[in-house]
Design a protein around this ligand. Structure first.
Ligand code: PLP
Length: 416
């Protein structure tokens, strides 16, 4: 629990997260690695455990009572996901292993069917490797070109060159929010720009879906990928949403059970959506967990989560600058309205892994490294950064602990 009176906001929900109650060396821990993966509330843990204890059954193939009930729960979770992102229909929700698999599905299915020699797709300099490498693998095979949207000095996408870059492109695939800079992109505008150029808009919502309201209809996206484990759900479950007509036109990705209507020695026909893209036994327990995570997030309220993270961002920025001034470089927008509560930074010339090592000694858990964005780090002219990332259960006390621990870094590396 936040132990300062200035911890109002959502700190009441912190009690719901058992890992956050843990004491290490007799002291509270400060989990600031939520952009990597979020902690899990009791309701998610309980829903998965209750399902395995009381209702477990496979959902495809069998028609006994347990299977029918399990299938109802599985489809109910699909409905929750569809409502959460305002999909046009439940059939547009495809369960995958994670966002990475969802993006690979898009590249290998839509990309393989639609891209060839001379074609162009557009990505941005702030993409996660999950939205780079699948396209690079395919580009090598198919011979299309990848163009890159550069960044401005204030860590935004440079929209001035976007129309030119999109000329002749078949797809524009971009992250809705950077996992390093915290930048929230103008996603509606980016989708509109893609469509104006005749390209489809593929959105990596891994960092945005847990933190800001997602309305795929208002955004105007064609495809959206995200992971359950960053939004209070378990690992092993991701989502690909796509417009129904587009998903219908895409060939299957993985082949096997559950995704077929007919199979003969001479070939197969695909099952209707969403099964067409859900080959094999699905992650049933994880889907139930994701449904419970969405219930939890809805209970907190997406508007409240966003406001909480704006407040935390403002506070963190103010503390970084007032306590460390120019010694800390923050790679990301200064305006809390333009960013999420994810701060990647460097401290003087101290190696990020040294910083994170000392923070760890103070029970402050951050991540140091390239955060799966090597091209972005190259642009930032640094091999790695320290990243402190917050979520609905984070508090100003976590920020205070980070700042105090940074004092500890100074004590070791900057003798005064
Ligand atoms: C922006 C972004 N895209 C994609 C991914 C990949 O997510 P996952 O590892 O859950 O597949 C991440 C994970 O950090 C991410 O931050």
């Amino acid at each position: 629990m936040g132990n300062n009176s200035h911890d109002a906001g959502l700190s009441v929900y912190r009690d719901e997260f058992p890992v956050l109650q843990k004491l290490v060396h007799g002291k509270s821990i400060h989990y600031l690695d939520s952009a990597n993966s979020s902690q899990k509330p009791n309701s998610v843990i309980d829903a998965m455990s209750a399902f395995m204890r009381e209702s477990y059954s496979p959902v495809g193939g069998s028609s006994h009572l347990l299977a029918v009930d399990a299938n109802d729960m599985y489809q109910e979770a699909r409905k929750k996901v569809a409502t959460f992102i305002n999909a046009y229909s439940n059939n547009e929700i495809i369960f995958t292993k994670n966002a990475t698999e969802a993006l690979n599905l898009v590249a290998h299915s839509w990309g393989r069917a639609n891209l060839g020699e001379g074609d162009i797709i557009v990505l941005t300099h702030m993409e996660h490797h999950a939205n780079i490498v699948p396209w690079q693998i395919l580009a090598k095979e198919k011979g299309f070109t990848i163009r890159w949207v550069p960044l401005t000095a204030d860590y935004q996408l440079d929209l001035s060159v976007l129309p030119e870059l999109l000329k002749g492109a078949k797809a524009f695939s971009f992250t809705a929010m950077s996992n390093v800079l915290g930048t929230i992109n103008p996603n509606r505008e980016l989708c509109a720009a893609a469509h104006a150029a005749g390209a489809i808009a593929i959105v990596d919502g891994c960092q945005s879906v847990p933190h800001i309201v997602t309305d795929v209809q208002a955004m105007g996206a064609d495809l959206l990928a995200f992971s359950g484990h960053k939004m209070c759900g378990p690992t092993g479950i991701g989502v690909l949403w796509g417009r129904e007509a587009l998903l219908q036109a895409m060939p299957p990705f993985l082949g096997g059970g559950n995704m077929i209507s007919e199979v003969g020695l001479d070939g197969f026909t695909s099952a209707p959506l969403p099964n067409k893209f859900e080959a094999g036994t699905p992650p049933i327990v994880e889907v139930i967990g994701l449904g419970a995570a969405i219930d939890f997030i809805n209970q907190v309220g997406m508007g409240a989560i966003r406001q909480h993270e704006i407040d935390l961002s403002r506070y963190a920025y103010q503390e970084f600058t007032s306590r460390f001034g120019g010694d800390v470089t923050i790679y990301g927008p200064t305006d809390p309205a333009l960013r999420g509560a994810t701060f990647s930074f460097s401290v003087r010339d101290i190696h990020p892994h040294d910083v994170s090592e000392v923070l760890n000694e103070h029970n402050v858990y951050v991540r140091a490294g390239h955060h799966c964005t090597k091209p972005l780090h190259k642009l930032l002219d640094t091999a790695s950064t320290v990243r402190a990332s917050m979520y609905l259960y984070s508090t100003k006390s976590d920020v205070d602990a980070l700042m105090d621990a940074l004092d500890g870094v100074y004590e070791i590396f900057v003798p005064r």
